[in-house]
Design a protein around this ligand. Structure first.
Ligand SMILES: Cc1cc2nc3c(=O)[nH]c(=O)nc-3n(C[C@H](O)[C@H](O)[C@H](O)COP(=O)(O)OP(=O)(O)OC[C@H]3O[C@@H](n4cnc5c(N)ncnc54)[C@H](O)[C@@H]3O)c2cc1C
Length: 321
């Protein structure tokens, strides 16, 4: 039970109840959060997390919602968003750049480029926040957000900590920081030429816009690339481009993207992903692992859908026989 008066006593930021989450995700999918909170600063975030932990209220840190599939039933407990309170960028005279977790990657990349710092320009076009990028170790075109990272400030348990890059457990599209609330990260980048970085950024964006279905709501790559393979190519070779369930569709442009053609449900998307996973496994013997995070689903949802998909297939083949 969430006692709103207890939270309001010390919390300075915005609080919304039964907040629909679809509007906060790039998929435009997701039911309501019981309570949605925007801490305004460190003290706000720390006292909030301590309260939620003390009261055993589950919480979910949400950035720009660009790597999420939130269930149609929404999220029980609290959703915490840092885009208002942690939207700062700073560079010291020694060249250390610090960004708040709520800063959009586009703004972070621009800040670095205009100050002649090289090493994140390949992340242009990734529609996340810095906090989401750190947790996911977001990357593109051979670079990752953790490449030039110095340290991360976070809340772990009920403690405020600053950890070094080496303690972050960064690997392909993941980190050892799951369950922590990232507040900010600091970086030291090599110097580079602003004009050539701007050209590179422009070319990167053009490449993205022509190879990804950016005009439709989506959550980026559904699956991680398995070692030595491209998930998109595997799905495409299974002939699944354009496959639809409800208003969710495997993109014709990029087979590792599922697009929402308007009003798609989370279940439609998940079922489609399960069809792709199962077909690739059958044809190539390769296991695809989800890159997007599932939020608000029951733990066994994937295996339940797998049974449903396989049940559906056997019904079809029964009919064929
Ligand atoms: C069109 C498109 C293209 C994309 N291209 C790429 C790409 O090239 N490379 C790539 O790596 N990704 C890509 N993505 C995926 C996504 O943008 C990244 O994973 C991004 O870093 C997620 O950031 P976010 O703020 O949107 O996080 P969210 O989607 O809101 O959350 C993702 C995860 O991060 C956690 N999180 C968010 N903020 C915090 C915080 N402050 N503290 C702790 N945990 C937090 C959430 O709990 C969740 O587990 C793409 C997505 C889209 C829609």
């Amino acid at each position: 039970m969430i006692a709103l008066d207890d939270i309001r006593r010390s919390f300075k930021g915005r609080i919304a109840l039964a907040e629909p989450l679809a509007r906060y995700t790039t998929f435009r999918i997701g039911g309501p959060a019981d309570i949605y909170l925007e801490p305004l600063d460190r003290d706000d975030a720390l006292s909030l997390i301590r309260y939620l932990r003390r009261e055993s209220i589950p919480f979910f840190p949400m950035g720009n919602g660009s790597n999420l599939l939130i269930s149609d039933e929404g999220v029980r407990g609290a959703v915490v968003n840092l885009e208002v309170g942690f939207n700062y960028l700073d560079m010291t005279t020694e060249g250390v750049i610090t960004a708040g977790a709520g800063v959009k990657l586009a703004k972070f990349v621009d800040f670095c480029i205009t100050r002649g710092r090289q090493g994140v320009e390949m992340l242009a076009g990734i529609p996340g926040t810095l906090g989401g990028a750190v947790i996911m170790n977001a990357g593109a075109y051979g670079g990752e957000i953790s490449d030039y990272m110095l340290s991360v400030e976070l809340i772990r348990g009920d403690r405020l900590l600053r950890i070094s890059r080496d303690q972050g457990g960064f690997a392909y599209r993941t980190s050892g920081l799951q369950g922590d609330l990232i507040l900010e990260a600091s970086f030291v980048f090599p110097e580079g030429r602003t004009d050539s970085m701007k050209t590179f950024r422009r070319e990167t964006m053009l490449k993205r816009n022509s190879s990804q279905p950016v005009q439709w709501p989506n959550a980026g790559s559904i699956f991680k690339n398995p070692p030595g393979h491209y998930a998109a190519k595997l799905i495409q070779e299974c002939g699944l481009k354009g496959r639809r369930i409800g208003n969710a569709e495997i993109s014709e442009l990029h087979a590792n993207f599922i697009i929402n053609r308007g009003g798609a449900s989370a279940n439609d998307v998940l079922m489609l992903a399960e069809i792709a996973r199962g077909t690739v496994k059958k044809k190539f013997g390769i296991d695809l692992e989800l890159e997007i995070k599932l939020v608000g689903f029951e733990e066994d949802v994937a295996s339940r859908l797998r049974d449903e998909v396989e049940g559906r297939k056997s019904t079809v083949s029964d009919r064929d026989d």
